[in-house]
Design a binder for this molecule. Structure first.
Ligand SMILES: NC(=O)c1ccc[n+]([C@@H]2O[C@H](COP(=O)([O-])OP(=O)(O)OC[C@H]3O[C@@H](n4cnc5c(N)ncnc54)[C@H](OP(=O)(O)O)[C@@H]3O)[C@@H](O)[C@H]2O)c1
Length: 298
């Protein structure tokens, strides 16, 4: 056995990507919050609410970890905007409990942040660029980054951008699966054409995180794909790869959705450090979607 990684948020999209890419000899102990059983050959999933300090401390007293990847929390931009108190507790208190336990036990922490810490005005963003969030989710994640960097010396902050891929059955839909489901049902969809990102395949995110576990580079690292696209272009790519009807996809501006949280216009991330320090090349959107098509279950 080479080592054990404690992963918070193991039933999420990132958790699935990490699990699928587990290198030989490594083991994941995964934490999630809701009480359902997740069966998996590659990870052991436990119910543990990271807001509960005593449960977190008990876990660290029982086991030693080679690294902790902290990805749990409320990750929906619009949910955070409308449920701020709950999100504050989940993201800030949870991060405080995990960081304190890592500090006490001398465990290396990889905190999973987001591209939403940027305002979207000056892409592509490098790790050294100042953060300037435009919504509550981005502000919360920026606060968590600060908390981690002020509590620990052995840490990395990774910032994935818009992730897509197959999820655990209990997971929430992501951009690719949502578009796929709608088009498969023959439903018309409106996709914004004025918000840009370089989407990240969750399997590629998993590979980058395993490299971060093994090599333990310090500081901030951006994780992103090769192609900078808007959501309309994303939807057309899904339609083309899965051979669905692209005429169902209609381009709209952000003002079409007046009730959602503000989004930064272009948060494309530089992948230079991901390539140099983690040895992971950015993947084209079409390649990620083709991978999804090949691994699709009935
Ligand atoms: N998805 C993206 O496009 C994206 C982009 C940039 C950054 N990120 C960041 O990447 C990380 C992972 O995102 P994701 O999309 O994989 O998340 P996700 O699919 O929404 O899953 C969230 C995970 O966190 C767990 N969780 C939530 N509150 C918890 C608590 N109090 N205690 C223990 N577990 C808790 C959930 O468990 P249950 O299943 O039990 O609820 C679930 O496993 C997040 O930090 C997010 O901010 C995501």
């Amino acid at each position: 056995m080479k080592g054990t990684v404690l992963l918070t948020g193991s039933t999420g999209l990132l958790g699935r990507g990490l699990e699928e890419t587990t290198p030989a000899g490594w083991r994941i102990l995964g934490l999630h919050q809701r009480s359902y059983a997740v069966a998996s050959p590659k990870a052991r999933h436990l119910v543990c609410d990271i807001r509960d300090k005593r449960s977190v401390d008990r876990l660290f007293a029982r086991d030693a970890f080679d690294a902790v990847i902290h990805a749990a929390g409320i990750a929906s931009v619009d949910y955070v905007e409308n449920h701020y108190a709950e999100s504050l507790e989940s993201n800030i208190v949870g991060t405080l409990n995990i960081s304190s336990a890592c500090r006490r036990t001398g465990t290396h922490l990889i905190y999973v942040s987001t591209n939403a810490v940027f305002d979207g005005a000056r892409p592509p963003y490098r790790e050294t660029d100042p953060v300037r969030p435009v919504n509550k989710y981005g502000r919360l994640k920026a606060e968590c980054e600060k908390l981690v960097s002020e509590t620990l010396t052995s840490y990395a902050i990774v910032r994935p951008i818009l992730m897509y891929g197959w999820n655990h059955v209990v997971g929430r839909p992501n951009t690719a699966t949502w578009i796929y489901d709608k088009l498969l049902r023959g439903e018309r969809i409106h996709m914004v054409d004025d918000v840009y990102e370089n989407p990240l395949f969750n399997i590629q995110c998993g590979r980058a995180l395993w490299a971060a576990v093994r090599k333990k580079p310090r500081g901030v690292i951006h994780l992103a794909g090769k192609d900078v696209v808007n959501r309309y272009q994303f939807a057309l790519k899904v339609a083309s790869v899965f051979r669905l009807d692209c005429k169902l996809v209609q381009a709209v501006g952000s003002s079409f959705f007046p009730d959602i949280a503000p989004r930064p216009k272009n948060t494309a991330l530089s992948t230079r450090r991901m390539q140099k320090d983690l040895g992971v090349a950015p993947m084209a959107l079409e390649e990620g979607l083709m991978h999804m098509k090949r691994t699709m279950k009935a």
